[in-house]
Write a protein that binds this ligand. Structure first.
Ligand code: HEC
Length: 217
């Protein structure tokens, strides 16, 4: 047994004894669990232990998940409003980069794991949850299909309409910080959490919006 495990076990034993055979309270158990996590999660390669710093929105979403019920709708609205404020809209008003780079990024799930070297570029990992072309043999289905994005999300109907422009902004915001629109979304907050850059997000936007990209074939 590792040193810290023995330490945690002795804490648990002490807690039980101190309580005269009563079980440790949930706060004490949380403390013990936290000591395990702190001892086990170290900076390694590309991964920094700081990712475990509790952030209010994550704590609240986890609590709701543990309770087995959705987060309170009013609270969700408040959290989303705060998340929305984190989004920076492209200063030049241009949302589009290079769809080919966007495709490579969307289809790559590399980066951000303990086995990746610190200089491994992060992938977008979009393929893990979304369909992104009509020819893919397999793709994730946790998120909605983004295939034929222009057609299915109402851009092609009238690209200059207010609705089409709002959809483009929504797509950017979603990639920037998915929780601005769904407080407990499972979609990674790609720019907000420093997974990808704004330039890379523009490449992803081009993948979704360029009529020539595989998404729109
Ligand atoms: C872990 C799964 C997951 C990953 C990875 C993921 N998404 Fe999502 N995405 C979702 C889910 C789920 C939704 C639906 C809305 C929600 O729950 O937030 C969504 C919604 C979206 C939407 C809005 C579509 C709609 O119908 O509302 C866009 C655009 C999008 N994702 C783009 C991307 C891009 C681009 C990437 C890669 C950078 C990506 N997603 C990575 C899960 C994911």
């Amino acid at each position: 047994m590792k040193k810290h495990s023995i330490f945690a076990l002795s804490l648990l034993t002490a807690a039980v004894l101190a309580g005269c055979a009563s079980l440790p309270s949930s706060a004490e158990l949380d403390k013990i669990a936290a000591s395990y996590v702190k001892a086990d999660f170290k900076d390694k390669g590309i991964v920094k232990a700081s990712v475990l710093q509790p952030e209010e929105i994550n704590t609240l979403c986890t609590e709701a998940e543990v309770a087995g019920k959705p987060i309170d709708p009013e609270l969700a609205q408040k959290l989303q409003a705060t998340q929305l404020k984190t989004i920076k809209w492209p200063a030049d008003g241009n949302y589009l980069g290079d769809w080919k780079k966007g495709e490579a990024l969307a289809q790559s799930g590399r980066g951000q794991t303990w086995t990746d070297k610190a200089n491994t570029p992060n992938g977008g990992n979009c393929y893990n949850c979304h369909q992104l072309s009509g020819t893919e043999i397999s793709f994730g289905t946790i998120g909605p299909s983004l295939y034929k994005f222009r057609k299915n999300y109402g851009i092609d109907a009238d690209p200059n309409s207010v609705a089409a422009k709002a959809m483009v902004e929504y797509a950017w915001g979603k990639i920037y910080n998915s929780r601005a629109y769904n407080a407990c979304s499972v979609m990674p907050r790609a720019i907000h959490n420093g997974i990808i850059t704004e330039a890379q997000a523009k490449d992803l936007m081009a993948l979704l919006l360029d009529p020539n990209s595989p998404v729109n074939q």
